[in-house]
Design a protein around this ligand. Sequence first.
Ligand SMILES: [Zn+2]
Length: 310
Amino acid sequence: MPVGSNRPQNRPDISGDEYRRYQEEKAKKRQKLRMRRLLMLVVFVLAAVLLVVCIVMIFRGLFKSKTPASSVGSSVSTSMASSVPTAGGAIAQNPDAWNLQIISPAHPADASLAVPELTTLAYGGVGYYIDTRVADTLQQMITDCNAATGGSLKIISGYRSYAYSEKQYNYYLGNYRKQGMAEEQALAAAAAMEVPPGTNEHQTALAVDFVTNVVTTAATGFDQTAEYQWLRENGANYGFIMRYQADKTELTGVAYQPYHFRFVGVEEAKEMRAKNLCLEEYVGKTPGAATATPPPAASNAGSNSAASAA
Ligand SMILES: [Zn+2]
């Protein structure tokens, strides 16, 4: 036997054809494996893409339901935004529309009321929160008022949270109780300083109190200013009304506050002014109306007058 290995001996066992078939089969198997791997990769990528799409859709759904009109600004695509100033056209008088909501002693809101998207407007080095849907219009109105009157109109109070109102109210109430006041008196006195939480329209983020360089606190003297006159004549063009008129206190449950203006929408404001209606009359929520609920606790009708910045 020649010096050598087994190979030459084994070789003859596999014919050339068989070897080729063997190699082909091996190649086929390898290709099959590669195809399977590719298929798995494709399936995996598809699943990943599907997952991402699902997640994005879920988040968009959540976001939409939380802030209904914020993503569309002042366009017309949601029912609530249909009465925003730029929309024009007919306005549905829907008392549940965001721009017509009432928070008052007769129509209290609870702490869980959703906070709208807020924008900060700065006056005198202090920032005031206002509903983002209204901020630009409000700022424009102030600019135009000051340009027309040579005045100094500015905001001194904007959005107030339920928690803030509660803290303030409890602070005053605690003080009056400590002074030994009878409970009923203490409630009324506290409400005169800060209306009970959930009854302050500032919680809507649609209301502001105005001052000028002359009338520097939210006071009834504001009605003697040129800025006030201008606001009464032109505020409706920006969607704002003077909310608490002297002759409507029975209907609003809030004292005369010439410095307190409220956004309701341009068409709404013009109609209210033309027909001399307060917001309660406009949406059918006057005290006599069937849906009205009794006011809570203290009598607020005359209590939050004058210097209280409610
Ligand atoms: Zn106010």
